[in-house]
Design a protein around this ligand. Structure first.
Ligand SMILES: NC(=O)c1ccc[n+]([C@@H]2O[C@H](COP(=O)([O-])OP(=O)(O)OC[C@H]3O[C@@H](n4cnc5c(N)ncnc54)[C@H](O)[C@@H]3O)[C@@H](O)[C@H]2O)c1
Length: 295
């Protein structure tokens, strides 16, 4: 594979902005595509804010920040991604939208360009099959917040060329991440193990094993985890966990992936966690307090 100079990112939300930032920091030219100018301004603003903090703390010079920002270009036109050597898709988790995005990208990008999806739960193989280049397609699963989380899961499907897979592992290392290799099974490595743990914690709560803060404290101090399962659930998003657990249960038909009733009820109630202000904890108080009336 030839050198990767220009990276395209489709979607400039939470993940896309972090991915674009780490690619630009690593010296790649980055072209980001969004649906409108407001989304582009928001994405660039979040990178600018992150880098400015680095300058304030003396971790980065103002010149370095300007250099990184100078490598980022936003556009609303997909055709502007034509010069990209790699395109990383980070649009919302919707299979129809992802298919449409890759079909359109195949028409505008060079035949050697590699396509990657940052999906958490959808099939890399299914997307690869409609991308027009199934051998040049991988999963690149980053973690939130991308500039701070060291890991990227590089995912191959049965059609991924071994050369492309290795090149994308090297690309992941080159942008400063620690690469783990995974095959295309729902949840890859991290969510495959994490989702049953989180839903088990909810079942323990439903069965009265302990309270939300006691279960959190137990897993923090007993296992040395940086946060307990309910704090983590609120951070990841209750609806996101519910969505992924359903996909994994559909695939494996194993009870350990099945979303517990409480998880479903919280989604129905709009308690999505930190982002909505209420999940297992209520974030309207400082510090957050356990949400009343869950069980
Ligand atoms: N949030 C996480 O913790 C996390 C972690 C790993 C992977 N992911 C995956 O990353 C992807 C993005 O998630 P997110 O949390 O950044 O979502 P987000 O909602 O913050 O961002 C998605 C962005 O995509 C844009 N978009 C929608 N259609 C588009 C199109 N056709 N072209 C360009 N942009 C378009 C939206 O305007 C939005 O800004 C999803 O597949 C998700 O599963 C998320």
């Amino acid at each position: 594979m030839t050198d990767i100079k220009t990276v395209g990112v489709v979607g400039f939300g939470l993940m896309g902005s972090g991915i674009a930032q780490v690619c630009a920091e690593a010296g790649h030219n980055v072209i980001v595509r969004e649906v409108n100018d407001a989304a582009l301004t928001k994405g660039l603003g979040s990178i600018e804010k992150f880098l400015s903090k680095g300058v304030e703390k003396g971790k980065m010079t103002a010149e370095k920040k300007a250099e990184i920002m100078g490598r980022l270009k936003g556009t609303t036109k997909l055709e502007d991604l034509a010069p990209c050597d790699v395109v990383i898709e980070a649009v919302v988790e919707n299979i129809a939208l992802k298919h449409e995005t890759f079909r359109a990208l195949d028409k505008v990008c060079g035949k050697d360009a590699v396509f990657a999806s940052n999906t958490s739960s959808l099939s890399i193989t299914e997307m690869a099959a409609c991308s027009g280049r199934p051998d040049r397609f991988v999963g690149l699963h980053f973690f939130n917040p991308v500039p701070l989380m060291k890991l990227v899961e590089v995912v191959r499907g049965p059609m991924t060329s071994p050369d492309v897979f290795e090149a994308m592992c090297a690309f992941g290392t080159g942008i400063g991440k620690t690469v783990v290799r995974a095959t295309d099974k729902p949840g890859f490595i991290v969510n495959r193990l994490l989702v049953p743990y989180m839903v088990d914690a909810i079942r323990a709560l439903e069965q009265g094993v302990g309270s939300v803060p006691d279960i959190d404290e137990a897993m923090k101090l007993g296992c040395g985890y940086p946060m307990g399962p309910f704090t983590l659930l609120d951070f990841v998003g209750i609806e996101t966990t519910y969505y992924i657990a359903n996909i994994m249960f559909d695939e494996f038909k194993e009870a350990r992936y099945a979303p517990p009733t409480l998880l479903k009820r919280m989604v129905q109630a709009g308690m999505y966690g930190k982002k909505s202000g209420k999940g297992f904890y209520d974030y309207s108080t400082n510090p957050p307090t356990p949400t009343k009336g869950l069980v």
